[in-house]
Write a protein that binds this ligand. Structure first.
Ligand code: NAD
Length: 421
């Protein structure tokens, strides 16, 4: 009988011992990195639970493989499987050029209302990094995934819609400061209280569950007061209302810190302290990007809107080795739906070369195992991957940047991780 992961009445995932989990191997380098990754997942689960637990993998099609098979980029059956089985994992997909679906990933996020884009940023010793102390970087980004300027409400100048919107703004709302009205395109930035709250609530719950020291709301509220600024304010209010946080002004906070003899970071921010354990603070996005380089140790969980999150995710990932190793997930914590994925693209030039780094997909599998609360298996993989890199047995991307490294094919790198489990 097929065993299915479900969402319990208590809001917690119910994970059977032999859950069916759909996977999309992906296009380009996808098949190479998937084949390597799945062997690592199976070996780790076997080692952690001695046969008591095992994932039943179900292949579903999307992208080029689906298109060649059925003429559809995202077949209905695939979407149905993603809905039914709650969790899924995928390699990178080609974005179809011209017409049809804008992006398969966007389609998935919208259809399943995956409102959190989760990107953990952690350093593995030995990974080539542009930072001089990359080991100080340990952050988890909660990027809002359904709103903001990314909602796709955009009008090209000269279209009837843009003209109509311009008229409305000028005549009804008396907007006077559109600099070049005749040639202006428009983009609209919807940010809701509900959307902001569910994102920040999930981030706080994650911080509590994982004993993270702080949560920083990153925003541009100094400029965009009713969208970015409201996001920040709704976040603080939620922390107080639902988690019993206490709000301090900056001066009050400094005074309490002085009393206890602790150091205060040199930033202007409002702070609420949840149960005396988690510090909630905020930072303006441009300053945050600076501080994340200068004092990354001061940041732990990050909650931010869609556009900021996009930039921040890649900027922080670069600090710890970038594209080949950064994992990601898109999650709806309320329904339980979650898609775990490699964050890089299909690198089509390297398809079927068995040379690319599977770490991004492997670590997204680790995130999936953690989400399932199969933490022993997750930890085994994280440690084995760390050991493999410390031993300088790496794929070409790291090999080119490391001294005295040993070059591994994708499959050999997976063999080495399995040996190190
Ligand atoms: P890309 O990530 O595929 O490649 C950029 C470069 O990064 C590559 O040339 C390669 O040198 C390097 N790289 C990528 N993955 C690597 C890995 N695992 N190991 C080592 N090096 C790696 O980005 P692109 O060239 O802009 O996009 C190619 C295609 O992928 C496009 O169709 C794009 O739409 C799609 N894409 C998909 C996703 C996704 O499915 N999540 C994400 C980004 C891009």
């Amino acid at each position: 009988m097929t065993e299915i992961i479900s969402m319990g009445m208590n809001g917690k995932l119910q994970v059977p011992n032999n859950p069916t989990i759909p996977y999309i191997e992906g296009d380009g380098i996808g098949p190479d990195i998937w084949k390597a990754s799945v062997r690592v997942f199976d070996a780790a689960v076997q080692k952690a639970y001695g046969g008591e637990k095992k994932i039943v993998w179900l292949e579903v099609l999307a992208g080029e493989k689906a298109f060649n098979n059925s003429g559809e980029w995202m077949p209905e059956a695939t979407m149905d499987a993603f809905k039914k089985y709650l969790l899924s994992i995928k390699g990178p997909l080609t974005t179809p050029v011209g017409g049809g679906i804008r992006s398969l990933n966007v389609a998935l996020r919208q259809e399943l209302d995956l409102y959190v884009c989760l990107r953990p940023i952690r350093y593995f010793e030995g990974v080539p990094s542009p930072m001089w102390q990359p080991e100080k970087v340990n952050m988890v980004i909660f990027r809002e995934n359904t709103e903001d300027i990314y909602a796709g409400i955009e009008y090209m100048t000269g279209t009837p819609e843009a003209t109509k919107l311009l008229q409305f703004l000028q005549d009804e709302l008396h907007v006077k400061n559109i600099r070049f009205p005749a040639t202006t395109s428009f983009g609209i930035k919807p940010v809701s209280k509900e959307g902001s709250e569910r994102l920040i609530r999930s981030a706080i719950e994650y911080a509590i569950a994982n004993k993270m020291p702080s949560l920083t709301i990153v925003h541009k509220g100094n400029i965009m007061k009713f969208t970015e600024g409201a996001f920040k304010n709704w976040g603080y209010e939620l922390a107080v209302r639902e988690f019993g946080g206490e709000v301090y002004t900056w001066n009050q906070w400094e005074a309490t810190k002085k009393e206890s003899g602790e150091a205060v970071a040199n930033e202007e921010m409002r702070i609420s302290n949840i149960g005396g354990k988690i510090l909630i603070k905020d930072a303006i996005a441009d300053n945050f990007l600076q501080q994340a380089l200068l004092s990354p140790q001061d940041y732990s969980v990050i909650a931010t809107l869609n556009l900021n999150g996009d930039y921040i995710s890649d900027a922080l990932a670069a600090q710890v080795g970038g594209i080949g190793i950064a994992p990601g997930a898109n999650i709806n914590y309320l329904t339980g739906h979650a898609v775990f994925e490699a964050t890089h693209g299909t690198a089509p030039r390297f398809a079927n070369t068995n040379t690319m780094n599977p770490s991004s997909l492997i670590l997204s599998g680790v995130m999936m195992l953690e989400y399932m609360e199969w933490k022993d298996a997750a930890e085994l993989i994280t440690n084995a991957l760390g050991k493999t890199i410390r031993n300088k047995k790496v794929t070409i991307d790291f090999y080119n940047l490391m001294k005295e490294a040993i070059l591994m094919k994708t499959s050999e790198f997976a063999d080495e991780i399995i040996r190190n489990l």
